[in-house]
Design a protein around this ligand. Structure first.
Ligand code: XMP
Length: 262
């Protein structure tokens, strides 16, 4: 089986898509929640390169119960599945959390670099590497309050100079060999700054286009590799068409950007 990063890259090329579908359905009974998740995943599969779920889906469905249906369907459709659990505790519990998600079938997890390496995320990267799974780091979140944490200026311990917290996290993503860095599409200038540090070594996953106000073209031009898109697709009247239209829109932006940079 392919290692996570190679798998999502392969599917993105095969489906000609940069969309990671965020299946964030809420306010439904468990039966309806599961059947809607499965239906939307089937309908959008040709237009996406991966799927992502959060705890608001895992809690009502159960990791060993309903969630198994979503994981199996994703894998049958040749799509990697990401658990957006934002791991954020001390090492031994982080390791156990990642271990549960990986053994349940998830291919990657998200994690917060605020907890650091030693006794923080080192055990998560270790267990991921042993199993060919991915770890995606939050570098700058897309919501308004992100500036209060990720946007603070802090003293860079390496240089002794003031530096934005998220740029230190971008360096960590490189140093730790992360499989991705999350930077909100609502801040294209921050995607650009992070992309300058990461180059092609760590792909940028960018949530926040559509409902949160982020712009597809600005995010792609700034260097986003994948766009995480939820409500714009699953709340639309026709998720199949919306995902296909978005895929085409993104591909047009990519072609335009490539021809401009030639
Ligand atoms: P929407 O519905 O806004 O969903 O397309 C965005 C998805 O991305 C996840 N996610 C984040 N959202 N800032 C966010 O606002 C982040 O940094 C971030 N990281 C991941 C979110 O959980 C939802 O699934």
């Amino acid at each position: 089986m392919l290692q996570y990063s190679a798998w999502i890259d392969k599917v993105a090329k095969k489906n000609r898509s940069k969309i990671v579908l965020a299946l964030d359905l809420t306010n439904l009974g468990s039966k309806q929640l599961l059947s809607n998740c499965l239906r939307i995943l089937k309908e959008t599969a040709p237009s996406i390169c991966a799927v992502k779920i959060n705890r608001q889906v895992v809690l009502p469905l159960g990791l060993r119960n309903g969630v198994q249906g979503i994981i199996k369907l994703a894998h049958n459709l040749d799509l990697p599945i990401i658990m957006d659990c934002k791991i954020n505790d001390v090492g031994h519990t982080n390791e156990a959390i990642a271990g549960h998600y990986f053994s349940a079938g998830f291919d990657a997890v998200t994690a917060s670099p605020f907890v650091g390496w030693k006794d923080g995320l080192e055990p998560v990267f270790k267990v991921a590497r042993q199993q060919g799974k991915g770890v995606i780091l939050l570098v700058y979140m897309s919501h308004k309050g992100a500036e209060e944490g990720y946007g603070q200026n802090v003293l860079d311990p390496k240089t002794g100079k003031l530096c934005p917290q998220y740029m230190i996290f971008a360096e960590k993503a490189l140093e730790w060999g992360a499989d991705g860095a999350v930077v909100g599409a609502t801040y294209p200038e921050k995607i650009s700054a992070v992309h300058k540090t990461l180059g092609t070594k760590v792909p940028i996953y960018s949530p926040g286009v559509g409902v949160q106000g982020g712009d597809v073209e600005a995010a792609i031009q700034a260097g986003a590799t994948y766009l995480i898109i939820g409500r714009t697709i699953f709340k639309s009247a026709n998720p199949q068409k919306t995902s296909s239209d978005l895929k085409n829109q993104i591909n047009e932006v990519v072609s335009k950007h490539q021809s401009n940079s030639r």
